[in-house]
Design a protein around this ligand. Structure first.
Ligand code: PHE
Length: 361
């Protein structure tokens, strides 16, 4: 009997250890501990034993049952956790692997137009500068001749940053790229010729306004700069950008706190050719930018002497330029990241604008 239970125990424990799956383990359990299992049968014999025999065999058979039960439970847990590990390993996704699809994107029209503008203005001797989009109200407003109470501040639907630093300079999301007029004059010696393309923010949203959009600022600061220099620069830029031989610009008197005089510039347009035009071919005017001679107060705020230095500045919506040149009529899809729109309106990465090869794609 002793060797019987010992070898039975060893046999069953071996089967338990060999069970490679929960189903196999269940078969072993039924064969040992089920209604007509081998261990169950042995346990049943206890009833017919003499008290003396039972005293010896009882603990032995119960020990057998306990050992088998414990081994079954341990093996079950091990199999379950191995199954979970295998599943986790099989279902794991390595996010660092390269995607199986070839790249789907293309150059966004806004990027393309920025590259075109940089190319055009670089040829005119302008440098590209950049500055912070989270700006303090001194650079965005005050230094641009818009003190705290100035009504023009209300014209910009400004986003204020929720967490403000100590001190009296409030942080805003810049409402225009004109902060780069200030930042450039404070860090560079004239003569200055810069453009500053970038994102700007205003709390505004419809088919032609989005809370984030793009502007390009241009500024020249030198001795003896006049409105005529501004006019020539803008004409040269518009002709190069729209790739037309001639263009008629209309300068309309306007108001910006940081320029004096201020002019809004309309481009003569032909609805026949759908392009900027000149002279008699013009049948409508499109407003494209704001500009003017940099206000003496702005020059002085940056620590330069306005009796020595003057210059012009202009600010222009890049998204609007892209819409005019490439024929989109809704601004919102610009920022939807919709691949279908990008496929239609985007540009190949090989379409690098150059003056010699043509600035447009
Ligand atoms: N910053 C002005 C705007 O956002 C545009 C502008 C720039 C006007 C430079 C004059 C000179 O509307």
């Amino acid at each position: 009997m002793t060797t019987d239970t010992d070898s039975l125990q060893a046999d069953i424990l071996g089967q338990i250890a060999d069970a490679a799956a929960p189903e196999a383990l269940e078969t072993v359990r039924v064969a040992a501990m089920g209604k007509s299992g081998s261990v169950t049968a042995l346990l049943k014999t206890l009833g017919g034993m003499s008290p003396e025999d039972r005293q010896v065999q009882g603990p032995r058979l119960n020990g057998l049952r306990e050992a088998i039960t414990a081994a079954l439970a341990a093996r079950k847990t091990a199999l379950e956790s191995a199954a979970l590990d295998a599943r986790l390993a099989a279902e794991r996704q390595d996010m660092t692997l390269p995607v199986a699809l070839p790249p789907q994107g293309s150059i966004h029209p806004v990027s393309q137009v920025m590259d075109e503008l940089a190319e055009i203005f670089a040829d005119l001797g302008f440098t590209v500068v950049a500055g912070p989009e989270i700006e303090d109200d001194w650079h965005n407003f005050t230094a641009l001749n818009m003190p705290e109470s100035h009504p023009a501040r209300a014209m910009h639907d400004t986003f204020y940053v929720a967490e403000q630093p100590d001190g009296d300079r409030k942080l805003v999301l810049r409402t225009h790229t004109s902060n780069l007029q200030i930042r450039t004059m404070m860090t560079q010696e004239p003569p200055i010729r810069i453009i500053a393309p970038g994102r700007v923010y205003r709390s505004d949203s419809d088919a032609t306004h989005t809370p984030m959009f793009h502007q390009i600022e241009g500024m020249v600061i030198d001795k003896g700069t006049t409105l005529a220099n501004l006019r020539w620069t803008l004409e040269t830029f518009i002709k190069a950008f729209f790739e037309v031989d001639d263009v008629t610009l209309r300068f309309r008197p306007s108001y910006f706190p940081f320029t004096e005089p201020s002019v809004e510039v309309d481009v003569g347009y032909s609805s026949k050719t759908n392009k900027p035009a000149s002279g008699d071919a013009v049948d409508k005017w499109l407003e494209v930018l704001g500009s003017g001679m940099v206000h003496p107060r702005v020059i002085a705020a940056c620590g330069l002497d306005p009796t020595v230095y003057q210059g012009f500045a202009f600010g222009c919506g890049i998204d609007r330029l892209a819409m005019l040149k490439y024929g989109m009529n809704d601004l919102r899809p610009f920022f939807d990241a919709d691949l279908r729109w990008l496929k239609h309106h985007g540009f190949s990465a090989f379409d690098v604008p150059t003056l010699s090869g043509g600035v447009s794609a």
